[in-house]
Design a protein around this ligand. Structure first.
Ligand SMILES: Nc1nc2c(ncn2[C@@H]2O[C@H](COP(=O)(O)OP(=O)(O)OP(=O)(O)O)[C@@H](O)[C@H]2O)c(=O)[nH]1
Ligand SMILES: [Mg+2]
Length: 358
């Protein structure tokens, strides 16, 4: 673009002419009116407890906010919701990208709402901490479920760390339960530590798999098999059925090699086709079976208690860490100590001690 002569600029103003203040009363009252719409905490609580989805979404946004004021509000809401939470079954679903999680959840969720259940779908997406994207960005893959008035789908919260995202998800679970959602589904891609995070907040953990080339147990993390209450081989349709059945046999054999779980539940392997809606109902029946067994032997309560203890410790750890690193003196001295380490004038241990003593 050619450089404009500054005297010809359209932005030029005459000397001595200043902008008038805002004197438009209509605009002022409109602005004030908008401010009033800002949700009042008690109002939000009342509405959430009545199952109002808009209020629920707003409260979740407060949980996800970085503003201290919002977080204070969020904490009030969570506290008020806590007594109404807990009446649900929480199901974790994991599997590699493309295995069919979204497709499965859509069909599974529709089946549940068909049974009169209220289903909330949340996600933990470790990649979202980097890309700020989300697993459920593909809400379109859940077209029918999105439209269902008994379903609530919330894309993954983004944050700096998996721990932060996980905390927000746990708090979101509480709000959803208080709003009357009795089935909570938490989806995650099997990347990094996200499965462990999801495992520590659900009652039932389901691993979606594809039938491979007969070497099913290759390349699957041992830990994840130990966490799974069910392995479901998806895409068991067309030419794939035979392979899926073979994989089922092989996984079953492998699972029997693992020691009995504290829950006394023997993990099950089943096959399904999310696309053709085959075998999806059976998976719900399996989860019900699990619920009956573990409520009878009291493992269900026990596990939730253990999870709460775990999250208490986690929360303290996170809080201490953030308090420490946000401390003014620490911030200053940390730079100093890092320099000293760079110049080999101190050791990490001495530096740490100095910082911790601050
Ligand atoms: N043949 C067949 N295809 C399926 C089945 N389930 C899902 N698909 C297809 O597999 C592809 C991936 O499905 P998604 O549901 O998006 O998979 P996802 O696990 O949610 O993937 P990410 O969100 O990327 O982690 C889509 O093209 C689906 O249509 C199934 O049961 N059979
Ligand atoms: Mg998906």
């Amino acid at each position: 673009m050619q450089k404009q002569d500054k005297h010809k600029s359209a932005l030029k103003e005459k000397k001595g002419v200043s902008q008038p203040g805002i004197t438009n009363n209509h605009s002022i009252s409109k602005l004030k009116g908008k401010r009033k719409i800002q949700p009042n905490t008690q109002d939000l609580i009342n509405k959430i407890l009545k199952g109002d989805i808009t209020a629920l979404s707003r409260a979740i946004t407060l949980i996800e906010s970085r503003s201290l004021k919002h977080l204070e509000k969020a904490n009030k809401i969570i506290n008020a919701c806590l007594p109404k939470a807990n009446q649900s079954i929480r199901i974790g679903i994991t599997g590699v990208p493309g295995v069919g999680k979204s497709t499965f959840i859509e069909v599974f969720g529709k089946h549940l709402t068909g049974l009169g259940k209220k289903v909330a779908v949340l996600a933990i997406d470790p990649s979202s901490t980097i890309t700020k994207g989300s697993i459920l960005g593909d809400k379109t893959r859940m077209e029918d479920l999105v439209k269902d008035k008994n379903a609530f789908i919330r894309p993954s919260a983004s944050g700096d760390s998996l721990g932060g995202v996980a905390r927000k998800t746990r708090e979101t679970i509480i709000l959803c339960e208080a709003a009357g959602f009795d089935t909570i589904i938490i989806e995650t891609v099997g990347v990094g530590q996200s499965e462990t995070a999801v495992h520590s907040m659900v009652d039932f953990f389901l691993l979606l798999k594809l039938a491979g080339a007969g070497d099913e147990l290759q390349g699957i993390k041992r830990g994840i098999i130990e966490m799974a209450d069910a392995i479901v081989i998806n895409k068991a349709d067309g030419d794939n059925i035979k392979r899926a059945k073979l994989a089922q046999v092989e996984f079953n054999r492998a699972l029997h090699l693992y020691p009995e779980k504290n829950s006394k539940w023997m993990p099950k392997v089943s096959i399904c086709s999310a696309v053709q809606n085959e075998g999806v109902k059976d998976i719900w029946n399996m989860i019900l079976e699990y619920e009956i067994l573990t409520k009878q032997n009291e493992y269900f309560e026990f596990k939730r208690n253990e999870q709460n203890k775990f999250w208490l410790l986690q929360t303290i750890e996170t809080q201490l860490k953030s308090d420490f690193f946000n401390h003014e003196n620490v911030k200053k001295e940390l730079k100093n100590q890092l320099k000293l380490i760079e110049n080999q004038k101190t050791t990490p241990f001495i530096a740490a001690e100095i910082l911790l003593n601050l």
